[in-house]
Design a protein around this ligand. Sequence first.
Ligand code: ANZ
Ligand code: ZN
Length: 821
Amino acid sequence: MKKYTPSAIEPHWQAVWAENKAYQASEAKDKPTFYALEMFPYPSGEGLHMGHVRNYAIGDVLARFKGMSGYRVLHPMGADAFGLPAENAAIQRGVNPREWTLKNMERIRTEQSRLGNAYDWDRYVGTCTPEYYQFTQWLFLLFYERGLAYRKKGAVNWCPQCATVLANEQVEDGLCWRCDSEVVKKDLEQWYLKITDYADRLLSGIDELTEWPDKVRAMQRNWIGKSEGARVTFTIPELENESVPVFTTRPDTLYGVSYMVLAPEHPLVPQLIAGKPNEAVIHEFIGQMKMENELSRTGSDVEKIGYDTGAVATHPLTGEAIPIWVANYVLMDYGTGAVMGVPAHDERDFQFASKYALPILPVILPPDQTEVLEGEWKEAFAEEGTLVHSGPFDGMNNRKAISAIADHLEEIGKGGKTTSYRLRDWLISRQRYWGCPIPIVYCDTCGVVPIPKEDLPVVLPEDVTFDGKSNPLATSESFRYTPCPSCGKEARRETDTMDTFIDSSWYFLRYTDPNNKELPFSPEKANEWMAVDDYIGGVEHAVLHLLYSRFVTKVLHDAEMLKVDEPFKRLFTLGMVLKDGSKMSKSKGNVVSPIEIIEKYGADTARLFVLFAAPADGELDWNDAGVDGIFRFLNRVWRMAQQHADLVREKPEGKLEDRVAQGLNRLLHQTVKKVTTDAGDRYQFNTAISAIMELVNGIYAYPAEGDRGVLAEAVEKTILMLAPFVPHIAEELWHDFGYQGSIHDGSWPTYDEKALVLDEVEIVVQINGKVRHKAVLAASLDKTSIEKTILAEEKVQDLIEGKTIRKVIVVPGKLVNIVVQ
Ligand code: ANZ
Ligand code: ZN
């Protein structure tokens, strides 16, 4: 018998598939389309890790499954190739970022090929190539034309370690998403994309993403952070009654306002404090606050700090004078940057007022109280109740008052209902080299001038210095100055590059038309494949990449380039790969290299192990014994197939006359059903695989003299069902069965509901709980008929002779227990 040698068959079939372009997406319109996509890798210097293997194995099973199920499949791969590590390598090792990246891309591609994934390599996309990034620039210009790209000066998040600004989404708990350094604030003029224009659509769109994990949908909802409330206008008498709107979710508490707080960065603060006692100390405070991030100012355990400006505002309804303070906990970039302080009903305000001895004015009465007990408040009362000390609104339920007071403000022109979002515009400027240049020049005559689309790409220059301190593009003489596209005079180029998340926010569209030289993609081709049917990747992108891609897709939809306005129909987020209970990482020294596993056991074993060892959305603990077990299973499959290869070639007709043959036939149909639904539909690869394992056991247990037709069919279909999981061994065995074409072009087995039904079942008969007899009955019998038939059996009559039946317990399909005395 031929031996199972993965190291021989895997490279062989990979070469055959590559030569035949076996996984090229078909342009023929004969079948429905299926777009399977895994998040593309960042080409780091380390090659593939087990997390990649797991991610790609899931995508590949789905792609191959759909291919065998009558779809034409698009299953592309590429590299998210811009980014900081290339530049850091340049600084540390003096290598060119492009060469470093291209080398890593090549390495990852080779390693991916060794996994045997069914990619259409002709559609490979690397985001750092001018062929790709000219269209990232094209998209920037589209945003610019549509008024969705703008420049603004403001306090931005700055990572001192990465020496670049970051988008809000890239600051996690006050730390840089990439290097974990503490993020500080810096005043800079930067480019933004107006994602906030799409906040409402990005939010409502989540409702339709029913095939996304709930946790990802919740994270996006939170990030967008829609908050319904009111705008209330206070006026400042000493600034000629200048209005200062505040944003509040609780206009019902308006009569309980005892002070107002402005963010330290609020533009009115310098005028308000001019000449006042706290002027100097507040200026110093503003300076400190500018450096701090959101978390360090508003975290629940952060002490509230504030200063009295010495100015007052006029209450819009009572006309009273309200002191104006500045404080750390009010942020400039949320709502209006101004807050009305209601210490009686807001815990933060309560803490602040208690610390600074500001009055606490209760205006909501708890349901169990009839009058407000002054001075007895130990904490803010944030529950429902009845309004008091609230002028014409006294006696009103506070929930009703939210709307009533907002409406009243609207009527008198002092505010009204409004909505606030936590989502901020997407800051895309990066002071780094290895990214897509922003196609803009600054001209002394014409101002900000976009590069015409026909002049793209704006190519990254080579004459740059990497010192890790300054923006490398600004050091390039050839790049910095260029004639203004509009007037021809010398103008300065924008030297920032774009956030790499822009590159990855549209790559899935480029795959549909990767060689287009005029456009990022033709609408016709994109519409043919989009949306992505199955998108597989890590949950770390729940907000960042997935939110940006949704935004870009909506803009392209509005620009009539795309019919869909959501990019990813179904999303699957896989769990982490662990070793000995902790995340595989170089620093822990517990990394298992996919390449070593492939060399020792083959890619098929690696794939099957990561799919089998745990549910795909849970954590997977790497386990060497488990890998060994999978390898032994594949050997068992191999021997089974070799042993019966001649029989499979022969294809004898099955007669299904005896119970044993019917049993194997039923097991086969049950397995096909389970694998089809579990693997094809539910991402339950582990249970699908264990069903196949049981079928293999069933085949081994099948008697040598049994019905040959059923056996041949079961062996052949086992290999067909294994094909998406272990494509190489399946292909080899398929050819051993005498087929010429690829198993992966073969058709996925179908099952017959009728064959699933048991005609007969074995019933255990117990007397007083002890097993005494076994009887075979028709499976269709109901409880009463089962009882009758069993009691009528001769053997049972003998067993209970002379005794009185007290009770008969029937469990259909399983047992009958006869209680006698
Ligand atoms: C008065 C009030 C009374 C408030 C009360 C709450 C309870 P969300 O739900 O997150 O939208 N706020 C408004 N703008 C702010 C800013 N720039 N920085 C810090 N806090 C700000 O929260 C809205 C509430 O947060 C607003 O409603 C405001 O406090 C505060 F019993 O106004 B509230
Ligand atoms: Zn000009």
